[in-house]
Ligand binder design. Structure first.
Ligand SMILES: [Zn+2]
Length: 379
């Protein structure tokens, strides 16, 4: 692999969503939490996570988000994690652990010892117990144990879901089904004298990006709504409160001519047992002993359009951080991370996913870098 096109570096987990959570807990006085980001002490903290609002996208569209644009100069980009996908990032931010440790290592992965896939976003397998699959204490459990009241404010549809249990158990779940309600519930959660950790999750911007593309008036219009949401929460902060605005990943637009069919082309399937991941971050599970042959074949077929690694190569690069033994077999034997506008689609088995414009999952700057913006009120 020539160095000049090898642009997909491992996330810096010491400046990532995995570092944000312990830093926020430390800022609230929770004992035993490291503070890698050096956040100032505060009585209350609110984390607003906007699904799909990458740092690069926000900077390019600052004219459509005047409130957030005003925070960019004092803010900084941090890394999401690998892969850049919601299930992984929500668990990273919910535990303060890198993916190799918390174990939610993709949109969908193979369940070790089976021939089944687990969609970790929708948690389509009742046999997989979220508390066993992701056994580590969440930020909310650690906060509540230290006497910090928590609130997880998101659409009611996610209450008690597998991903919510894996990533956010121990929080007090507050359902909020509209963008206005999110701001109102955040204000309520932060009111009073308690030390508080409030987490607010908004998903619609990602949906507009997937369906319409990020280079679309619909995405930009919705960014304006997100801007007002952030401003409304900021305006209602009580004294001694910090608001952090971040995201789970960015996004890139693909086009019909940049979508590669990896399903019907036989060359992509020789030696492959199961195909998982998503179009920008494929994880494939190979037949016994076939991993390096499959990786070689995919490299040959994809050229510069994707970075193809065996699991061992991905682990050696630190893509997932340090990897626990229980997590290792969940990671694909071969991983393909898309470059440019490439999407690796499976049009028959993933009909809807294969026609979407916007995608994420890979480690380009547009996908990996997310904002860390801060607004705070005085004590
Ligand atoms: Zn998405």
């Amino acid at each position: 692999m020539p160095a000049e096109i090898d642009d997909l570096d491992a996330p810096r987990y010491d400046a990532s969503l995995a570092a944000l959570t312990p830093s926020v807990l430390a800022s609230l006085g929770v004992p035993g939490e490291p503070d890698p980001l050096g956040l100032p002490p505060t009585r209350r903290a609110c984390v607003l996570l906007v699904d799909g609002m990458g740092w690069e996208l926000l900077r390019e569209n600052r004219a459509h988000a005047p409130f957030l644009a005003g925070l960019l100069d004092s803010g900084r980009p941090i890394a999401a994690g690998c892969p850049t996908t919601t299930a992984t990032s929500l668990t990273t931010v919910g535990t303060g652990l890198a993916p190799g440790h918390h174990g939610v290592v993709g949109y969908q992965v193979a369940i070790p010892g089976t021939e089944r896939l687990l969609n970790q976003l929708r948690w389509g397998d009742p046999e997989i117990v979220p508390e066993d699959w992701q056994p580590h204490a969440t930020a909310y459990e650690r906060a509540e144990r230290a006497g910090v009241r928590t609130a997880y404010i998101a659409a009611d549809a996610y209450r008690g879901s597998g991903l919510s249990r894996a990533s956010a158990r121990g929080s007090r779940y507050v359902g909020a089904d509209s963008i206005t309600e999110l701001a109102v519930r955040a204000g309520e959660a932060l009111a009073g004298d308690d030390r508080v950790l409030a987490f607010v999750y908004h998903s619609d911007l990602d949906s507009f990006g997937h369906v319409c593309g990020v280079d679309s008036p619909y995405w930009r219009l919705h960014l304006g709504y997100v801007d007002r949401l952030a401003e409304q929460i900021a305006d209602s902060l009580p004294p001694d409160t910090a608001l952090y605005i971040t995201a789970d990943h960015g996004m890139v637009d693909t086009a019909p001519q940049t979508r590669i069919d990896i399903e019907t082309e036989p060359a992509f399937n020789a030696g492959v047992r199961l195909r998982a991941g998503e179009p920008r971050a494929r994880q494939v599970y190979t037949r016994e002993g076939a991993a390096s042959d499959v990786a070689d074949a995919w490299r040959e077929l994809l050229g510069e359009r994707a970075l193809v690694l065996t699991r061992d190569e991905a682990l050696a690069r630190g893509l997932f951080g340090e990897v626990d033994d229980a997590v290792r077999p969940r990671i694909g034997d071969v991983i393909a991370l898309a470059r440019g506008a490439t999407a690796l689609v499976a049009p028959e088995s993933e009909r809807t996913l294969s026609t979407l414009v916007g995608h994420h999952g890979s480690l380009t700057a547009a996908e990996l870098r997310v904002p860390l913006l801060r607004v705070a009120t005085a004590a």
